[in-house]
Ligand binder design. Structure first.
Ligand code: SF4
Length: 388
């Protein structure tokens, strides 16, 4: 947990590390050396960095620090997934989740303590917002996962093969820190993850997507969840500011800027009776007919402050079939780690809310349960109106 005003070597991109060393009158290659120690070997003590001279180590001791968020708790799911909670400088705690599969290990990373947006299907949104995470607090999640999974033992040990910025928070509302963290993830002298295996997931912050190509070439996932603006604005208040047409235009601009033929993933959380009607699947197919993409259907995962329900298996399969028959590549996300509260949409951490949203959601839920007033999507819109 950083309380230090000195530059934190664990949170500097390669370019910023080079600038730091050049500013100290040192050779820029020192940056590569330090980055390898911290992010490839998992070493956080300057004294252990034996290829750096003692006088330089002493100067670094005096003028810099190496600090990561503090790991406070670990949970193991019956399905092999793991969730870790880390405490960040603001005092809040955020969650990250590791999901092992036969051919990959995916780490879902948080970018904010809470979230200023209030997507109606998401537990994080109900927590309100406390703070943006620093670069070290974001990359520190990958560092801790590697530390616990044996990822610092050598180049052949790579338990985390993929990172998705899909944990707590909207990554593009913490733009600078997320860009630096993502670039450290993909840096050869750090974690060396391929651009195809680092995915930024956004609810659709259009101005930030428009800027993205100047900072990274990571992969992109879009939280869409509805094929029309009326429904999407009910589910995701941000749509009132950046409607679907503008969002798709912006995403296409980013994908066109990439040097390969990657396509974005369209995320669609299926909520029973809200957005899982067959006609909406047909509408989605029409909306995306000229938009190269893959579609990932995510059956809603229940949490305490939501009245939403997961659709039946037949609804999910009907929705999928309609899209497949229209020619789309469609996957259905398997629910993982819900026994440890770590399934998609369930992450909460401990957020010292600065927006009062969490207490308002709890009050509304209590009123609904006592019959005083139904908790409905109109409440979500009202609560989120000031924050978008
Ligand atoms: S889905 Fe993402 S953007 Fe929406 S409230 Fe949750 S964390 Fe925020």
């Amino acid at each position: 947990m950083s309380t230090n005003s000195k530059p934190n070597l664990a949170g500097l991109s390669l370019a910023k590390l080079r600038d730091l060393f050049v500013g100290m009158g040192e050779k820029p290659f020192r940056a590569e050396q330090v980055m390898k120690w911290i992010h490839q070997r998992g070493v956080l003590e300057l004294d252990a960095m034996t290829d750096i001279s003692k006088p330089l180590r002493e100067r670094l001791q005096q003028t810099t620090c190496i600090e990561l968020p503090r790991l406070v708790e670990e949970f193991a799911s019956e399905d092999g997934s793991r969730k870790w909670i880390v405490q960040v400088a603001s005092g809040s705690s955020v969650e990250m989740v590791f999901i092992p599969e036969a051919d990959r290990g995916t780490l879902c990373v948080s970018s904010q303590a809470g979230c200023t947006l209030d997507c109606s299907f998401c537990a994080t949104g109900k927590q309100g917002f406390n703070s943006n995470l620093s670069v070290a607090e974001i990359i520190g999640q990958l560092w801790w996962a590697n530390h616990h999974l044996g990822g610092f033992k050598g180049p052949l040990e790579r338990p985390v093969s993929n990172v998705v910025m899909m944990g707590m928070g909207e990554p593009l509302l913490n733009f600078e820190s997320v860009m630096d963290a993502v670039n450290i993830m993909m840096e050869d002298v750090a974690y060396g993850l391929s651009k195809r295996k680092v995915t930024i997931s956004t609810s659709g912050v259009v101005p930030a997507i428009d800027r993205l190509k100047d900072f990274t070439d990571a992969s992109l996932a879009i939280s869409l969840h509805a094929p029309n603006d009326i429904l999407r604005s009910q589910i995701m208040p941000i749509n009132r500011k950046y409607p679907i047409k503008e969002l798709l235009r912006s995403v296409k601009g980013y994908m066109d800027s990439l040097s390969d033929n990657r396509v974005p993933v369209i995320e669609y959380t299926l909520i029973a009776g809200i957005n899982d009607h067959r006609q909406l699947a047909r509408d989605l197919a029409v909306l995306l007919k000229d938009f190269a993409c893959k579609i990932n259907l995510i059956p809603f995962n229940p949490f305490a402050l939501s009245d939403y329900r997961r659709p039946s298996n037949s609804s999910i399969s009907n929705f999928r079939q309609i899209l497949q028959e229209a020619g789309f590549i469609v996957t259905v996300r398997t629910t993982r780690a819900d026994d440890i509260g770590a399934a998609c949409g369930q992450l909460v951490g401990i957020v010292a809310d600065q927006t009062q949203r969490n207490s308002r959601h709890i009050e509304r839920k209590l009123r609904a349960e006592t019959g005083a007033k139904e908790f409905d999507s109109a409440d979500n819109l009202a609560i989120a109106a000031d924050s978008v």
